[in-house]
Design a protein around this ligand. Structure first.
Ligand SMILES: Nc1ncnc2c1ncn2[C@@H]1O[C@H](COP(=O)(O)OP(=O)(O)O)[C@@H](O)[C@H]1O
Ligand SMILES: [Mg+2]
Length: 266
């Protein structure tokens, strides 16, 4: 459904040109969940922006169902680590924003309330963001991102700042909602446990300019329980295989003397 073919992207500034991603080809079948892991600065966020249409494609092609991506896509949602909730709006008003912008009036209130309920915030529908915990705000953000049933869900390290329990909760919610909506998800993370726990497949990127170094199938049951997945047979092996691919990419960023320490830490 989403297909990237030989995609490269260069950022040009007054000072220099930076080749951020190089010759990336990936296929994301409809309804699949892929994570992208790779060293910082290897072009992961750039890739999401290319798929969402926020950045114009320079080289290669990005297509959705065979159609080239040309401009910001209304069927995609992008969620970042920082939340973009409007402080003067209630939870309900924040969640409804995307439907307002799209001019979708029919059934709007019901859809908003249904997803607020789904993320467990029914009691807080009239609260403002400042009255909520970080985890609750993240739930609002997830509801606001998914309320219009996007078929493409792009996530850029969305749960990095959360405590472990809230995080497991949010991960499960995301996987369940993606599946319920039949959405295709591309999920950027630097956390290998998270990549294995959530994904059907994981793409490992090289250091910049980012290229696809390998794509691993995660052969765990699809209906796994995210909070308990670390104990499922095959989890540790899958995580180790990802780390084996990634280690070289990360070591190359460090001065020679640091690399023994880095190996030790992991
Ligand atoms: N708007 C921009 N202008 C210039 N350089 C950029 C811009 N966005 C990203 N870059 C550069 O492109 C490279 C890849 O960035 P990014 O996609 O954010 O990497 P990642 O998300 O993997 O950390 C980095 O070297 C970054 O500095
Ligand atoms: Mg990034």
């Amino acid at each position: 459904m989403i297909r990237l073919e030989n995609v490269s992207h260069t950022f040009s500034t007054a000072a220099n040109d930076v080749l951020a991603v190089r010759d990336v080809s990936l296929d994301l079948p409809r309804g699949s969940f892929m994570s992208v892991v790779g060293p910082s600065g290897c072009g992961k966020s750039t890739l999401l922006s290319l798929i969402s249409g926020l950045l114009p494609v320079q080289t290669g092609s990005v297509t959705v169902d065979g159609e080239p991506v040309d401009g910001v896509r209304r069927d995609a949602t992008m969620m970042l680590q920082s939340d973009a909730l409007l402080p003067w709006r209630t939870v309900r008003q924040n969640v409804g924003l995307a439907l307002e912008i799209r001019g979708e009036k029919k059934g709007r209130a019901e859809r908003v309330d249904a997803i607020i309920e789904r993320v467990g915030l029914a009691e807080f529908a009239d609260a403002r963001p400042s009255q909520l915990s970080g985890g609750m705000r993240k739930r609002v953000q997830l509801a606001a991102s998914l309320v219009y049933n996007p078929s493409i869900i792009l996530m850029d390290e969305p749960f990095g700042a959360l405590d472990a329990f809230t995080r497991a909760n949010m991960q499960q919610l995301l996987v369940d909602l993606c599946r319920a909506q039949g959405a295709t998800c591309l999920f950027v993370t630097h956390d290998l446990d998270e990549a294995v726990a959530l994904s059907d497949r994981v793409a490992i990127f090289s250091k910049r300019p980012g290229t696809v170094k390998a794509v691993h199938d995660i052969a765990l049951p699809r209906d796994r329980d995210v909070a308990d997945v670390q104990g499922v047979p095959g989890f540790t092996e899958a995580r180790q295989e990802l780390w084996d691919e990634l280690r070289d990419e990360i070591d190359r960023e460090l001065p020679a003397g640091d690399s023994a320490e880095k190996h030790h830490a992991h």
